[in-house]
Ligand binder design. Structure first.
Ligand code: ATP
Length: 373
């Protein structure tokens, strides 16, 4: 993996120290994930040049925004970034269109578009704005006032405004945190579109398990100002040594492709690195790439393949690792399934009764699979 974003910061506050040195891909969504107070927002503010930090390096692709050793430290206004906060900070006295244009009137805009080939600046600006409006699906909202929008719509406008400035990186600080659960589900597909259809890398702060599983390509797990894990989401979620998600949230993310459809039963077969899983067909086509989330609590284990079971998904696996769970009655079992890893959350008693240990061949019965995208 080519690392094109380098972030290194040191920062101390009473009772808190941030000490990060990260190499991140310059594409997709990198989630900064961790408990409250772990330093997620502070890290984002360091990228933006909003926190005085030491020993800092901020390289965004070929651009050097900060290199303390070289005496380079661009002020925030010279860093071409988009910043989306928990609450969409829109001007209530302007309509949506006015808010979008306001973002572009800043002097920094002229600097960015100077790099945009020979196209006249105004055309580049207009095109970027139109693309952002289309991507976030807010064309029908342009003449509304922010007070007439739902929380999710306000955030889509805030994201479009950030995007229209053609930033080199988009910083999103818990953009769904102030939105109620039903509206969050509505806005997630827009964030997926953003991830899949722009080439702007995003640093996305969250402590929500569903956003992590659904949106992240890369995860930085933060604890007390330090990164305790950093890597592809599938790898970080499957790690039982240093779990990102625990208890009921514990799950793995699998990437697969629809290999067959069973039309009479409305099922689709998704081939992944560990075999095949049947999922409810939502109009998929053969060859379509899908991201799946399998919760550890939806996987049970047998040492013999069940003969008469309602469970459609049965995968041969080998026990890789046994780990403690958040509850003493439960165990987390990491399973090697082809070249993929599954997690099963079962009772410690079942572990003992089945005689499970690393290397034991088992059958994983997968009760439910969530299709994320
Ligand atoms: N302006 C500030 N002045 C002093 N300490 C601060 C300030 N902002 C945050 N902190 C402290 O710095 C640490 C990291 O805070 P930060 O907001 O980065 O955490 P976080 O992971 O984003 O938390 P949350 O999920 O609650 O937003 C915490 O101990 C917090 O109390």
């Amino acid at each position: 993996m080519e690392h094109a974003i380098r972030l290194r910061f040191g920062l101390t506050r009473p009772g808190f120290a941030l000490d990060l040195d990260l190499h991140l891909p310059a594409q997709g969504i990198t989630a900064l994930f961790g408990a409250s107070g772990s330093g997620k927002t502070t890290a984002l503010r360091c990228v933006a040049g909003l926190e005085p930090c030491h020993n800092a390096l901020v390289h965004i692709g070929s651009q050097v925004w900060q290199d303390d050793a070289q005496g380079i430290n661009l002020p925030t206004w010279q860093r071409p970034l988009g910043y989306v906060f928990q609450e969409a900070s829109l001007f209530d006295h302007l309509n949506v269109q006015g808010n979008l244009l306001y973002g572009l009137r800043r002097p920094l805009w002229a600097r960015w578009t100077r790099h945009a080939g020979n196209a006249p600046q105004a055309d580049v600006q207009r095109q970027a704005l139109e693309d952002a409006i289309a991507l976030l699906g807010i064309g029908h909202l342009l003449h509304k006032r922010p007070t007439q929008l739902s929380g999710g719509e306000r955030q889509r406008v805030a994201i479009a405004r950030a995007l229209a400035k053609q930033p080199r990186v988009l910083l999103l600080d818990e953009p769904l945190a102030s939105i109620d659960p039903a509206r969050r589900q509505e806005i997630l597909p827009w964030l997926e579109r953003l991830r899949d259809q722009t080439r702007i890398p995003m640093l996305y702060v969250t402590h929500a398990a569903d956003e992590l599983a659904r949106l992240a390509d890369t995860v930085v797990l933060l604890k007390d100002g330090k990164a305790t894990a950093c890597g592809p989401v599938a790898q970080v979620l499957a790690n039982t040594h240093n779990p990102a998600l625990t208890g009921d949230d514990a799950s793995v993310v699998l990437s697969g492709e629809v290999s067959a459809l069973d039309a009479p039963w409305h099922l689709a077969c998704v081939q992944f690195a560990g075999g095949a899983l049947w999922v409810a067909d939502a109009g998929y086509r053969v060859g379509q790439a899908l991201r799946l989330r399998v919760r550890a609590g939806d996987v049970s284990l047998t040492t013999e393949p069940a003969q008469h079971s309602s469970i459609q998904n049965l995968l041969p696996c080998t026990v890789q690792q046994l780990a403690a769970d958040t509850h003493p009655a439960q165990a987390m079992v990491a399973l090697q399934c082809g070249s993929a890893t599954l997690l099963a959350r079962i009772t410690q008693r079942a572990v003992a009764q089945l005689g499970l240990q690393p290397g034991t061949p088992v059958w994983a019965q997968v009760k439910s699979v969530a299709v994320l995208a």
